[in-house]
Design a protein around this ligand. Structure first.
Ligand SMILES: Cc1ncc(COP(=O)(O)O)c(C=O)c1O
Length: 490
């Protein structure tokens, strides 16, 4: 029987907030600010009162005491239909929380999971929480661009033949650079082994709403995917969606695990923003994204003639692990300018008040979304061109040479959970080669740990991180100066 189509013009959470406002109930419950009555003047002066007025509780707010209206459930059903999933859940803890819950849904303590090594730090955190035994898959690396791509079907087949007892495969697609794996082929391989494919689609929830964007993980047959509605759609910070389909994932287990982590006072503002962002994309997404894509094409044309800058475009595709490209991300390789991405970004930010989503020693990445306009991208083009002129005029180029990405990968020699929670000691970072890491060292952005708990630290990764820091890399580590590192005690 065909499923009845839902009314996508509705937004149950937003409407529940509106209805609650009209009711005008006096609250003797949370939140303590009581819909703006008790807020600090600095906050009301800066943010206004509206945010607080709409920050209403779940019970006696978005829903009644027994949740009998099913407000959140209805919004999630609409989201499932919009994202092409059998079932969807909102998460108010970002895709980080979605990742944690997904991991606990698919693997029990001590079980094996195949995990792409270019995943976000939240995946490593999830491994620690679930005591999962990772079999790391090295992504394909584009040598010329020094970019990590996706996983190839061949490498997944090989790994699965060595680890037939793996409980599932966890990978990131698209990468932060907007490059997708051949998810369809990867899903087929997983299913031929009767295991689920979980795709971290943090950077791709908008794919569901435009035919010229890469295919979604759901439409490629992935069993579970999660996306940051706050990254590429118009959600508030921390709004995320989890989509699932098929029989290899137990939605009930996901729900139970989500309840373990989620606040018992989920933010109505974040939930409403996810609900509204879904509605907006279903109703207007095609037109809005048409504009974003044409703005991206315009920027690409404008910058294509700037000497010393290369723009990642569709000619990149076809290289291993690069099936499709999301062109709303404008990735520039500026290594030909003799400045680092850090220097270029600082120079631009100071003069043009423009910031980039990603910067490293040789790349700058501008993220375009439905919010961009001709005005914002014109400013971007002007700023990048001016920066290029400044860079060409500099007398001494910056040496941005770092060890190559494929030399950084270390062997995972012990359980990440045991390494992290076991006996540890802090030692000088420069003496860490040959020791087993007990913490994550994560250059941010993009948040891919270069050292993970349980890995044998090698000299190349030490050199990479030290030189990176000299150039301006920001690391998330226990010792922010990275003079010391936490390792497993001998
Ligand atoms: C690939 C990837 N996955 C997950 C996350 C976590 O997403 P969130 O910030 O929504 O928690 C990020 C964040 O940058 C990411 O890049």
């Amino acid at each position: 029987m065909q499923k009845k189509q839902l009314d996508q013009t509705t937004a149950p959470i937003v409407e529940a907030i509106e209805a609650f406002q009209k009711q005008g109930e006096i609250s003797f419950g949370i939140p303590g600010h009581k819909r703006d009555a008790g807020i600090d003047h600095l906050m009301s002066g800066t943010l206004g009162n509206l945010m607080y007025r709409n920050d209403i509780p779940g019970h006696h707010g978005l829903d009644d005491r027994k949740e009998s209206r099913g407000t959140r459930l209805k919004a999630e059903e609409l989201a499932a239909e919009a994202f092409g999933a059998k079932q969807s859940f909102f998460s108010i803890g970002g895709t980080s929380l979605s990742v944690h819950v997904a991991m606990l849904t698919v693997a029990d303590s001590g079980e094996k999971l195949i995990v792409a090594r270019n995943t976000h730090k939240s995946v490593i955190a999830a491994l620690l929480l679930g005591e999962v035994n990772p079999i790391f898959l090295q992504p394909e690396i584009n040598e010329e661009w020094q970019i990590e791509n996706g996983i190839t079907p061949k490498s997944l087949e090989q790994t699965l033949s060595m680890h037939p007892d793996a409980k599932g495969v966890f990978l990131v697609s698209p990468t932060v650079y907007g490059i997708t794996s051949d998810t369809k082929a990867l899903a087929d391989i997983c299913h031929s082994h009767h295991i689920p494919l979980i795709v971290d689609e943090a950077w791709g929830p908008h794919f569901a709403f435009h035919p010229d964007l890469p295919e979604t993980a759901m439409s490629c047959g992935a069993d579970l995917s999660m996306g940051s509605i706050h990254k590429t759609m118009a959600g508030l910070g921390q709004a995320s969606i989890v989509n699932m389909q098929g029989d290899l994932i137990q939605p009930d287990r996901f729900k139970l695990c989500l309840k373990l982590f989620e606040s018992t006072s989920p933010s109505s503002l974040i939930l409403a923003s996810a609900d509204a962002a879904r509605r907006q994309m279903v109703l207007e997404g095609k037109a809005l994204l048409d504009r974003t894509l044409s703005l991206s094409t315009w920027v690409r044309t404008e910058l294509s003639s700037v000497e010393g800058i290369h723009i990642l475009d569709r000619s990149y595709l076809g290289t291993p692990g690069a099936k499709a490209l999301d062109i709303t991300k404008i990735v520039l390789d500026i290594s030909g300018l003799g400045v680092s991405g850090y220097e270029a970004s600082d120079w631009i930010e100071e003069r043009y008040k423009i910031n980039f989503e990603l910067l490293n020693e040789r790349h700058l990445m501008a993220l375009l979304t439905i919010a961009d306009t001709r005005q914002t991208v014109e400013k971007l083009v002007t700023a990048v061109k001016a920066m290029a002129t400044w860079a060409h005029d500099r007398e001494k180029p910056t040496d941005i040479t770092l060890p190559k990405l494929d030399e950084l990968y270390a062997k995972c020699v012990t359980s990440p959970t045991k390494a992290f929670f076991g006996e540890t000691e802090d030692i000088p970072f420069e003496q860490a080669a040959g020791r087993i890491a007990a913490e994550m060292i994560t250059p941010y952005p993009p948040g891919i740990p270069r050292i993970a708990p349980g890995e044998l630290i090698n000299q190349t990764v030490i050199d990479y991180l030290q030189k990176g820091m000299q150039l301006g890399m920001f690391e998330e580590s226990f010792d922010p100066s990275l003079e010391t590192i936490r390792v497993v005690k001998r």
